[in-house]
Design a protein around this ligand. Structure first.
Ligand code: CO
Length: 215
């Protein structure tokens, strides 16, 4: 407990500041969360979702893992997406990568890291699929930056390929999936101009015809 004392002190100060601004702050938040955004980002401690986009608690639903991956067998990520889309009715899913991502860099290298290698393998596969383009880039930093960007693009596709997102579109739900990237060197977000909001934008093989529910 004493190891965590500074954190508790920070917490008490934060609560006091919130209550000074708005005495009903926690009462209101406790009753309802209605975020418009689902953020899927990297666990990297330098990429905190709320602070980067200037949103308060209650305004963004967050899922983070190493290298902001959306793997179609990952029950954790899929459950987050389902809850956000079907129950919270978020309007935007944001996949945010970041330059200087340690996960992406580790995947590029050939060092064995343990269990983690199974997770990073997804990025190795992305490198393999895009190796022709990536290997034209000689500057190592440029190559890593490009791999971080391609990873965002691939994860946006993975989100869109889920039946969760495609069913939402079939029901006419207003839902867009975006790809953006954060630069840890200057704190700036960059729009990668990746925005998907209907199944016609997906490769045919991934398009699903949602099942009609029998009444
Ligand atoms: Co990272």
């Amino acid at each position: 407990m004493s190891d965590l004392k500074p954190l508790f002190e920070n917490n008490r100060r934060w609560v006091m500041e919130r209550l000074l601004d708005d005495p009903d702050y926690f009462k209101r938040l406790a009753e309802l969360q209605a975020p418009k955004y689902l953020w899927i980002g990297c666990s990297d401690s330098r990429v905190p979702a709320n602070q980067i986009i200037g949103l308060m608690p209650g305004e963004v639903f967050v899922h983070r893992n190493i290298a902001n991956l959306v793997v179609h067998t990952d029950l954790n990520a899929l459950s987050v997406i389902q809850f956000a889309v079907e129950y919270l009715k978020v309007e935007h899913i944001i996949v945010c990568g970041h330059y200087g991502c340690g996960g992406v860099k580790a995947a590029y290298e050939n060092k064995e890291l343990g269990l983690l290698d199974n997770w990073l393998r997804h990025i190795k596969d992305i490198y393999h699929d895009h190796s022709e383009e990536l290997e034209t880039i000689e500057d190592p930093k440029g190559k890593m930056d490009k791999l971080c960007e391609i990873n965002v693009l691939e994860q946006v596709s993975n989100v869109c390929h889920t039946t969760i997102v495609q069913n939402a579109w079939a029901k006419g739900q207003n839902l867009s999936v975006h790809g953006i990237i954060y630069d840890i060197h200057n704190g700036l977000l960059q729009d990668l101009s990746i925005r998907v909001d209907n199944p016609a934008q997906l490769d045919n093989i991934y398009q699903m015809m949602p099942q009609k529910k029998v009444a």
